[in-house]
Design a protein. Sequence first.
Lengths: 265, 258
Amino acid sequence: MLAIEVDGVSKQFRRKTIEPTTTLKTAVVDLLRGRRRESRASAFQALRDISFTIQRGETFGIIGRNGSGKSTLLKLLAGIYRPDAGRIRVRGRVAGLLELGAGFHPEFSGRENIFINGIVLGLSKREVRRRFDSIVGFAELEAFIDEPVRTYSSGMYMRLGFAVAIHTDPDVLLMDEILSVGDEAFQRKCADKLAELKRKDITLVLVSHGLETVAGWCDAVAWLDQGTIRQLGDPQKVIELYRQAVGGQPSEADAMQGPESIGGF
Amino acid sequence: MRIGRSELFAYRVLIQVLVVRDLKARYRGSALGFLWTFLNPILLMATYTLIFSVYMRIDMQNYPAFLMTGLLPWLWFSSSLLLGATSVVEGGGLLKKVFFPPQVLPAVTVLTNFANFLFSLPLLVGFLLLFGVRVGWSLVALLPLMLIQLVLTYGLTLIVSAVTVRYRDVAQLLASFLPVWFFLSPVLYPPNLVPPKFAALLTLNLMAPLLMGYQSVLLYNTLPVWTPLGIVAGVAVGAILLGTLVFNRFRWTFAEEV
C-alpha cells in the first residue's frame, strides 16, 4: 500500500533579499503616487516537478547538497507548505521531526514541556500521560525533569525533544538531519528505537548528509539537485552516483563522523 | 476548505495548553504573581482619578468605581488586539516546525487576555463593594456581554494578525490608533457628557455599547440596553466571518513569510 504519493510537485518562494518585508506605509505611498513597485522580489524555484511514491513501511532517504530543496520537500510532506503545482497525498498520521523541541518554553520544567510538545505534535493529553515515564526514561532525564529547560545542556534539550517526538506513534515519520543527537550511547538507543519503528511498518522519510546513515537505513533514495530529482532508486547506486558527482569530496556529515562512525548510524 | 471555527475546535487541546502556558509564563517568577495584572489598571485608575476628579473636578459619584468598570474590559480588548496583531509573526517559529491551523495563535492571545479579565472580575466586584456600589442579579448579563466582546475581539484580531504578516507596521499603527479609540470610548466619562453634535462618535464606536453595558450591570444593577448590543453582536459575527476569510486567504503564505 502506498504511504506517500508525490505527483508533479513544484514550489517557489519569493526571494526577499532587497526588501525583507513590505510596510503598509510604503504600500500606501506607492498607491498615492501611482507608482507600481517593480516586483523586485524575484521568484526562486525551490522544487520543480517532483514525483515519487513511497510504500508503507519503507524507509526513504533524501540526499543532496545544501539548498537543493530537501527541507522544502519535507515541509511539503508535513503539510507546512502547500505546493504551487502538483499533488501530495500522505496516508495516516504524519509526525514531522523537522526541528526538535517545537514549543519548548525555556522557563518551564521538562515535565511541562513534555506536555506542551506532545500536544503540539498531535498527542492527546491522555496519550502524553500514558507515555510520560517512557519519554523521561528514554531521554535519561529523570533527575532533571522538574528543572526549567533553560538550565538544560544542548544535549539534554535535544534528547528530550527527540524522546517526545519518537513517542508520538505516527504512521509516517519525517526526519530532518536529527539522527546525530546526543552521545554515542544515546545515538545507539535512537537507532534501536528507529529499528523498532521500522519493524512496526512505519514509513520513515529521512533527510541526511550522512551518506553512511542513508545507505544503512534506506530502502530507496532520492537525490535532489537544484530542485529536481537527479536520481531515484536503490540507495547504493544513487549514493555512488552522488559521490562521483560532488567530486569525491566527503560530505560535511561524513567528514565529521570520522572513521569510528557507529553501526551505520 | 473547512472554515476556521471547526478547525479551532479540533485543536482545542492545543489552544488550551498554549493558553495555560502563556498564563503560567506571565505569572511565574514574580512575587506578586497575578496581582500584576490588576496593578496596571489600578495605577491607571488612580492617575485618571487624580486628573479628572481632583485636578479637573469632574463632578461624578464614585468616579474610581466607574473608571475601573470600563477600564478592565477595555484592557482585555486593546491588549488582545495589540498582542494578537503580532501573534502570527511571533508564533512563526512554531508554524515552521509543525502543522497546525495558524488561527490557533490569535485565538490563544485573545483567550489568554480573556482569562486575565475573568480572573480580575472578582477583584473588581470586591473593589466596587468597597466603594459602596451594590451589585445584584443583573450580573448574569455579564455572560452575553463577555460573549459578544469575545467574538468581536477574536474577529478583529484575526484580521490584524493576518495583515501584520504582510505589512509589519500594522502593529505599530494599531499602537497609535488604540489610545485614540480609548479616549473616544466612554471609559473616562459617562456617555451623557458627550454633546449631541458628537453623538456619532459613540454610535459608531463598537466598544461603546459593551462598555456601557458593563457599567449598567456592575454599577447601577440594571440590565444593559440590548438593541445597540445586538447590532454589535451582528458586526462581531461579521468580523469573525471576514477575519476567517482574510485569514484563509493568507494562511498558506504564513509559514513562508514569518
